[in-house]
Design a protein around this ligand. Structure first.
Ligand SMILES: C[S@@+](CC[C@H](N)C(=O)[O-])C[C@H]1O[C@@H](n2cnc3c(N)ncnc32)[C@H](O)[C@@H]1O
Length: 457
């Protein structure tokens, strides 16, 4: 790999006798990893090899996953760099918390965080770039989580709406991406000697907004996939200086993990509590991670009056309520999504917990869990609802073979025994729910979303 001369000079000076090993590692083999999703029943029952678990993430493994497998399509596995998966872990997300992932696409950290929340609390995943926000929404849907909102806003607009709102905030910042060089050599073409300083300016701007949204006593996780001290230790030094009520929470270091370097920041000894994942020491592409805690006692903080509008009652018509109730009663063993927690946007019906903040004035991609769509005088359950259900939550399920799964995800109909009565079914393969299908006289009509179809030719 041809590294820029300025890059080599810089890291030669910073790393000294370790620089050669570092440069060589950037030309080495990319190390792939993936995580399993404990929101799914029997989540370890996958075709992927689980022979090489990673010690620092309970659901993490070394290995490659294919996008064209049942496990991936149904949300059982998520492909993720081995260093990136330590970020989601140090967040230590708990069920019931309110968490914001501010720079979230494509969703590596968000999927990991929500998988720890057991459908309780709320994760708001935000992405400023619309195209990337769409991919983020797809990845969040695949997890099957019921407590996820995906927004497409800039941090300043969010801060106006979510003042002191979140227990935890993750800023996995846009950065100079030096940890991407090995995986994506194109990333090198963007790099120049001033690039880290330019990125650092943007990181400070993002963090200044993030801080406004953190609840008193909350925790902020900051990470980058770059090695540049300007974007790593120096950003944390800046945060400590601007917001002296923050303290660094020391992170546990596993095999091959390095400490942040105080001399690369403002000499603050606590910077050793941050983590550097360097590819010449650690099996992964490279990351920097820091965790900060707001240490202020609650009484010194003046919380301004909440500017949020009252929840917009996007009410359902009586007919819509009746259609949903009918579907729910016939299809679900329990009343999982109660009428007073439903919200309609146009003809789309969402589950939206009444304790969540109002987002109706924000740009959203996924304002809660999409349950389905009202079409004339009927209700059509959504693909996302299928992924959010476990096979035990309905009697109306239909087991398909792997071949039939392949036909279905490619957009084809599937023939089944005519003894199946007509109507909606949760389609499962290997006990994994993967979509809804409608049986009409022995044929499963295809309702797999058009934009997500894939074939095996
Ligand atoms: C490192 S990536 C996030 C990766 C993601 N957290 C994950 O784990 O999959 C940084 C993201 O920040 C977004 N971004 C770029 N400029 C931004 C800004 N000014 N404010 C907020 N986010 C920004 C980028 O579009 C990008 O998706």
């Amino acid at each position: 790999m041809k590294l820029p001369e300025d890059f080599k000079k810089k890291y030669q000076a910073l790393l000294g006798d370790q620089a050669t090993a570092f440069f060589e590692s950037l030309s080495g083999e990319v190390q792939k990893g993936f995580r399993l999703n404990p929101l799914k029943d029997n989540y370890k029952k996958v075709a992927n090899s689980l022979d090489e678990p990673v010690e620092y993430v309970a659901t993490g493994y070394v290995g490659e996953v294919s996008g064209k497998t049942l496990e991936h399509q149904a949300g059982y596995v998520y492909s993720q760099d081995l260093s990136a998966m330590y970020v989601g872990e140090v967040v230590e997300a708990e069920p019931g918390e309110k968490i914001l992932d501010l720079c979230a696409a494509p969703g590596g950290k968000s999927t990991q965080i929500i998988e720890k929340m057991a459908n309780q609390g709320l994760l708001v995943s935000n992405e400023i770039n619309k195209k990337r926000a769409l991919i983020l929404a797809e990845n969040m849907e695949r997890t099957g989580a019921r407590n996820s909102i995906v927004l497409n806003e800039d941090p300043a607009t969010l801060a106006q709406n979510f003042e002191t709102c979140f227990d935890k905030i993750v800023v996995d910042a846009p950065c100079s991406g030096e940890g991407m060089f090995r995986k994506d050599p194109h990333a090198i073409t963007y790099w120049h000697a001033d690039y880290p300083a330019q990125c650092a300016k943007r990181q400070r701007e993002i963090l200044a907004e993030a801080v406004k949204m953190l609840a008193v006593g909350g925790e902020l996780v900051y990470s980058t996939c770059t090695f540049a001290p300007e974007e790593d230790e120096q950003i944390i030094s800046w945060l400590l200086q601007e917001y002296p009520y923050f303290e660094i929470v020391p992170l546990q270091k596993y095999n091959g993990m390095d400490s942040g370097v105080p001399a690369w920041g403002n000499d603050e000894p606590a910077l050793t509590g941050t983590v550097r994942l360097m590819p010449h020491h650690f099996k992964g592409e490279g990351h920097f991670i820091a965790k900060l805690r707001d240490t202020r006692p609650a009484q010194v903080v003046k919380t301004k009056k909440n500017k949020r509008k009252k929840q917009n009652k996007a009410g359902l018509t009586q007919e819509q309520v009746a259609l949903w109730k009918e579907f729910s009663a016939n299809f679900l063993k329990q009343d999982l999504f109660k009428v007073n927690e439903l919200q309609c946007y146009g003809d789309h019906l969402y589950y939206y917990n009444k304790n969540w903040p109002d987002i109706s004035c924000l740009k959203f991609m996924r304002p809660g869990l999409l349950l389905g769509v009202f079409k004339k005088k009927r209700f059509e359950p959504s693909y996302t609802l299928a992924l959010a259900l476990s096979a035990t939550e309905t009697e109306q399920k239909l087991a398909l073979t792997h071949e039939q799964w392949q036909q279905y995800v490619a957009g084809n109909t599937v023939t089944v025994a005519t003894s199946h009565k007509n109507g909606w079914y949760l389609l499962v393969c290997d006990d994994k729910p993967f979509a809804f299908g409608k049986v009409v006289n022995g044929t499963v009509k295809n309702f797999f979303p058009k934009g997500l179809r894939f074939s095996f030719e």
